[in-house]
Design a protein around this ligand. Structure first.
Ligand SMILES: CC(C)(COP(=O)(O)OP(=O)(O)OC[C@H]1O[C@@H](n2cnc3c(N)ncnc32)[C@H](O[C@H]2O[C@H](COP(=O)(O)OP(=O)(O)OP(=O)(O)O)[C@@H](O)[C@H]2O)[C@@H]1O)[C@@H](O)C(=O)NCCC(=O)NCCS
Ligand SMILES: Nc1ncnc2[nH]cnc12
Length: 271
């Protein structure tokens, strides 16, 4: 169990690096540019991921020792502070939460399948958010103004973006023999379905609608074997001109990469 959690922790770090380096991604930091994030750079994101890596390692140890949920929440809050201190900004706030939640759920469902994992996520989120006031974050304000569910809703529902959207999209594309485009099918599905509060906070419901329409367009291009890389580059320029981005999609893409890496489905040779 201890080594299984440590292995998942490593895959969660790997997933975040794979997301960061996937290029191009509209509005987001990638190998080409920082997208619509004036306060971010590749360097800063990598510094932040060093913090995420230490955090996930400590979290796996805490879970292996059988510590309670309060200890895991403390580690998450400490990691958010350390990220601010070392990277100077909010690089992976959503991912610190989502990756911690998945690891904590995995510790409770050793050997169980994805349905059990999703249920455990929802159960833990129910305990975390039961009666907790939302606070004054960008995401909470977007949830109030636009009636969105944001990261809390995603967690309370057991990560449907991961289990019901991204993973099936990747697996369908892989089953059709298209390993090279499977990641983009997954990106398209996430863009089309996530209620991204970063997009809402930056550009309102029009911004979120743009991301969702682009997600559907990307899915069509992938399906038709058309030039989706040029499409993504052009949309990056457009997002930068609007100051539009999709931090929630980025975090959920990282989580999807992480889980596929953990199951061995990312590798060219099935394990
Ligand atoms: C529960 C917490 C996550 C607290 O939430 P809080 O209300 O403080 O935070 P939000 O503002 O809601 O931010 C949550 C981040 O989640 C990402 N996100 C957005 N939409 C979704 C979605 N639909 N599903 C999943 N995830 C989503 C997003 O993160 C990414 O974007 C970040 C940049 O966003 P923002 O800060 O708004 O930045 P800018 O637009 O650049 O802002 P300005 O410069 O304009 O000001 C980036 O960090 C990405 O990661 C949202 O930001 C949580 O904090 C909590 O309770 N923690 C406790 C400890 C813990 O981790 N526990 C785990 C124990 S198991
Ligand atoms: N690549 C990325 N760009 C901006 N914000 C992010 N949050 C997580 N990954 C991100």
């Amino acid at each position: 169990m201890r080594s299984e959690l440590a292995r998942l922790a490593l895959n969660l770090v790997r997933g975040a690096f794979l997301e960061l380096y996937l290029t191009p991604k509209p509005g987001l930091v990638d190998l080409n540019d920082p997208g619509s994030h004036h306060d971010l750079s590749l360097d800063r994101m990598e510094t932040s991921l060093a913090v995420v890596s230490g955090y996930l390692c400590r979290l796996a140890e805490s879970l292996s020792r059988g510590e309670d949920l309060a200890a895991q929440v403390r580690l998450g809050i400490e990691a958010e502070k350390a990220m601010q201190e070392h990277a100077g900004t909010n690089c992976h706030k959503g991912y610190i939460f989502l990756s911690g939640l998945l690891l904590t759920a995995a510790a409770r469902t050793a050997g169980g399948g994805e349905a059990a994992l999703s249920e455990a996520v929802a159960d833990i989120a129910g305990r975390l958010f039961d009666g907790t006031p939302q606070g004054e974050s960008n995401g909470s304000r977007a949830c109030t103004s636009y009636g969105a569910r944001g990261i809390r809703g995603e967690a309370l529902e057991g990560l449907p973006a991961l289990f019901r959207e991204a993973l099936p999209a990747y697996r369908r594309e892989l089953a059709a023999g298209n390993r090279g485009s499977a990641v983009y099918a997954m990106l398209g599905r996430l863009m089309a379905t996530v209620e991204d509060t970063t997009a809402l906070h930056r550009c309102g419901s029009e911004g979120l609608a743009t991301v969702q329409e682009d997600g559907r367009a990307l899915e069509l291009l992938v399906e038709r074997r058309d030039d989706f890389m040029s499409f993504l580059s052009r949309r990056n320029e457009h997002y930068v001109s609007l100051n539009l981005t999709m931090g929630g999609v980025a975090d959920l893409l990282a989580l999807s990469f992480a889980w596929l890496s953990h199951t061995g489905e990312l590798e060219a040779v099935p394990q």
